[in-house]
Design a protein around this ligand. Sequence first.
Ligand code: EPZ
Length: 422
Amino acid sequence: MDSIVVTGNGPLNGDIPIAGAKNACLTLMPATLLSEEPLTLTNAPRLSDIKTMTALLQSLGAEVTSMQDGQVLAMSSHNIDNHTADYDIVRKMRASILVLGPMLARDGHAIVSLPGGCAIGARPVDLHLKALEAMGAKLELKDGYVHAKAQGGLKGGVVEFPFVTVGATENALMAATLAKGTTVLKNAAREPEIVDLAQCLRKMGAQIEGEGTSEITIQGVDRLHGATHPVVTDRIELGTYMLAPAICGGEVTCLGGKINLLGAFCEKLDAAGISVEETAKGLKVSQKNGRVRAVDVTTEPFPGFPTDLQAQMMALLCTAEGTSVLEEKIFENRFMHAPELIRMGAQIDVQGGTATVTGVDRLKGAPVMATDLRASVSLILAGLAAEGETVVNRVYHLDRGYERVEEKLGACGAQIERIKGQ
Ligand code: EPZ
């Protein structure tokens, strides 16, 4: 397994290109199943999760051709001859559940393995299933698989989510485009990835109103057609690289970045003493003056502070002046980076879903290990500012969500290299 070796060596300066969003691409790809005509995505990120979704769609009979070094995905689902999403693929990536709504909506039946738990929490899919039931689907759980049927097709209905869920909103939104009649999604997720999905579906002929608000109304149509759509900028990759000059000093412009993708994240950076300026090229980030200040952070659905930036923010706050309290409200087990940061000299006390971080002057390099994607990159950020060498092991998690991390940071002056494993 590869590892990444980082040596803290002062300020970073330069430009970092931000890719298309992993989590948008992972929901736009299953949208191909809704139509017999081709769907082409541009600005796709080159990540292992995208390869996993490609393999899943191909296993169902879809054609997926990766072009322009993976940045264009040309897909066609005119020949879906298998309606079973197998456990072997689904267990690798929970976003696989997003094929359920589209397959069921188009062909009236689908069998999808249940994803099971994962490192950051139990992450059930009950709300995906309840939403489809509200549209008339009959579901049965057998041998770890959801067997879904909708004889005569799905029907519009009212789906009220008890709390905000990105994935269930996406599954329901895709399914509703082909359901008979009107579907209303209440307490829907408002993340930029949902807005991107709705815009793509509209290009395919769907009738959708209200994306980006907590109530989305979909008028079902008989069929969807082909389209070409650029994947929205990855706000989590953007926020991650914005934290690099925040931690190390210097000035970095994250190309293509926009403040409106970031919600409360920018407010917290401002409070911590980080300057963020939107320019024609992207977001220019630097420290305002002197040491970063402690801030309290609570993760919430968009536009609140994203759970996917909590680990990286913690890396920043480890060397801030004062004590910060981080509350994780989305996933029950998302502080696995804390013990690793402690190995680097951080002072962190975790009690349930709350982490109290008391800033130290400087972290010290150490060998560390991460069990999820965002935790891995938080350790790289911490290593950039630490004294000495940090070796981040098990970087396959990182490769699921960050393309060419060592090149992007290296181009700004970071001392970082990948050591190829066996
Ligand atoms: C998406 O996961 C992202 N993944 C996650 O990205 C992200 O952390 C999360 O949204 C929150 O923003 C993709 O888009 C592929 P949820 P998702 O449904 O859709 C509970 C990353 O690092 N829940 O919004 O699975 C759930 O357990 C990641 O890129 C149910 O109880 O998240 C969680 O506590 C990891 N029942 C909360 O809701 C359900 O049926 C929010 O989850 C569905 C969710």
